[in-house]
Ligand binder design. Structure first.
Ligand SMILES: [Zn+2]
Length: 270
């Protein structure tokens, strides 16, 4: 696992995954009884406090709940003020064909490298559908990118979950050709993990030595193992990845206690 021949480097790359911000077209509007804008800003504030020096933020989709230009423009302005490299892939709620402003060639896989690590972005969103599919063209590109980056440690990202969450309603909306994706990944030894969102909860699977990890939403959480749609009391969160150039890494979920939730609890106590 560890390459001892790699030149010693103390550099640790810090990557943050956020997901499912579900921003509205107006910042004051609520989604599922929560203001997603406020929650997103509190999550980002937490990231900024804990990690003043990060190398990139990757957003794994459902940036917008209301896919309007004003939604994306607000997000974009905010990220530019934050001034960190940021990458976004579309989710089922994003209008990736018309106005999603980040991922212009949505039928293409994209690769970004940090030292000995490479992040590959895939689009699993399909217009008009809640479930996901990665087109054959992108699977071919993924295969090619994995060959080209055979000496790199690779993180693959998409929006939809390739593994069942044991939650009936969510699993109807999974990545429908996940076997095809897993087959490509299993043919290579350089993929360390696959990161995704969509399920609004933390989860972990391992298959053929590759970890498949989901990340909570920055807004509402879905109840794990639930047969029908249900929200969870868990706090929003994000994933932290600390990557060393020798292939070693650490990853974990950081939850954020919202100010708003605290205030509500206090008020309901009266
Ligand atoms: Zn989604």
């Amino acid at each position: 696992m560890t390459q001892t021949s790699t030149p010693a480097s103390e550099k640790v790359w810090t990557l943050i995954q956020i997901s499912d911000t579900h921003l509205m077209d107006q910042p004051e509007l609520e989604f599922a009884r929560m203001n997603p804008e406020q929650s997103f800003l509190e999550v980002v504030h937490d990231i900024q406090q804990r990690f003043p020096h990060i190398d990139a933020v990757v957003h794994t989709g459902d940036l917008a709940q209301v896919a309007a230009e004003s939604t994306y423009q607000r997000y974009l302005q905010f990220m530019q003020t934050w001034n960190v490299p940021h990458y976004q892939i579309p989710g089922n709620h994003d209008d990736y064909l018309a106005i999603f402003p980040f991922y212009k060639n949505s039928d293409e896989a994209h690769a970004i490298s940090f030292g000995c690590w490479t992040l590959i972005l895939l689009n699993s969103a399909v217009k008009g559908r809640v479930d996901g599919w990665v087109e054959q063209k992108q699977l071919d590109q993924l295969e090619q990118l994995l060959l080209e980056h055979s000496k790199q440690y690779v993180i693959v990202t998409c929006h939809h979950h390739p593994f069942a969450m044991q939650s009936h309603w969510i699993d109807q909306h999974r990545l429908k050709n996940s076997e095809a994706l897993k087959d490509v990944i299993a043919r290579h030894t350089n993929v360390k993990m696959v990161l995704f969102g969509h399920v609004h909860q933390d989860s972990e699977n391992e298959w053929q030595g590759v970890r498949y990890l989901s990340t909570p939403s920055t807004s509402v959480q879905f109840k794990p193992l639930s047969e029908n749609f249900a929200l969870d009391q868990a706090q929003p969160g994000y994933r932290v990845l600390q990557l060393k150039d020798n292939g070693e890494y650490q990853t974990y979920i950081q939850r954020v206690v919202l100010k708003q939730a605290k205030i509500n609890t206090e008020i309901s106590g009266y």
